[in-house]
Design a binder for this molecule. Sequence first.
Ligand code: ADP
Length: 265
Amino acid sequence: MNLIGERIKESRKIVIKIGSNVLSNDQGAVNRDVLHNIVEQVSDLIKQNKQVIMVSSGAGICGVGAINKWSRRGDMNYKQALCAIGQVELMMAYKEYFSDYDIHVGQILLTREDFKDPHRTLNIRNALFTLVDEGVVPIINENDSVSVDEIKIGDNDTLSAHTANLWNADALIILSDIDGVYDKDPKREKDARLIEEVTDIDQLFAQIKIGEKSSFGTGGIETKIEAARLVNQYGLSMILLNGKKPDIIKKALNGEETGTVFTGR
Ligand code: ADP
């Protein structure tokens, strides 16, 4: 087993974040096979006595798929409307797949304001602990329909890091469409080299070249690295894996696949 496998194995409480690019196919529609496979892996982790909270992007893409119009409307109100429609579709898909394993899901939509207010933070914590203790998988997303710039977290990488800290998780796993952090953008430069372990984030930024984010991505690689900094501060590891690869978490756990682990030490 490698370091990533060990980290997943020793973690009991895991937050798993799924990026929009993982959930979308080349035509910009929802990739149901990927979603189904991730649900299967989460169910497997729960069978192994682990607790999981999911943070899922993808409402916008599901909205386009559901209503089959407005995909090119750039206006904020249409984007918000698409997310409102797509969030229902996304949750329906999660509900359908998790029900095969007799697992219930609970939806929590959050904004930045929720993490600033101690009263709300306590309520989120209580809701998360209760859901997980009762065997339910909470699925969190940013409340895109009400989040204008002033109250927006802006990307689910940061949201997943705040969630992991708030819930006292042991690890945060971010599933994106690349194997991990490279010394340069792997989509544009063929000789890019995967960095498997990061102990010092400032040193990492000095060492790598950051390219553009992918078509549906909101944060890019930078927000993923910043998410690692946020959780490392509290002693949690962050693991970046390629969520487009079937059974990636299972294989990483067995040491058959790798990614980037931010150990923070
Ligand atoms: P997600 O939808 O999973 O949140 P993003 O598009 O926001 O994904 O961010 C991941 C993208 O960041 C990758 O597809 C990759 O092309 C790009 N990227 C740019 N520079 C790097 C780098 N140095 N290492 C890894 N990925 C990089």
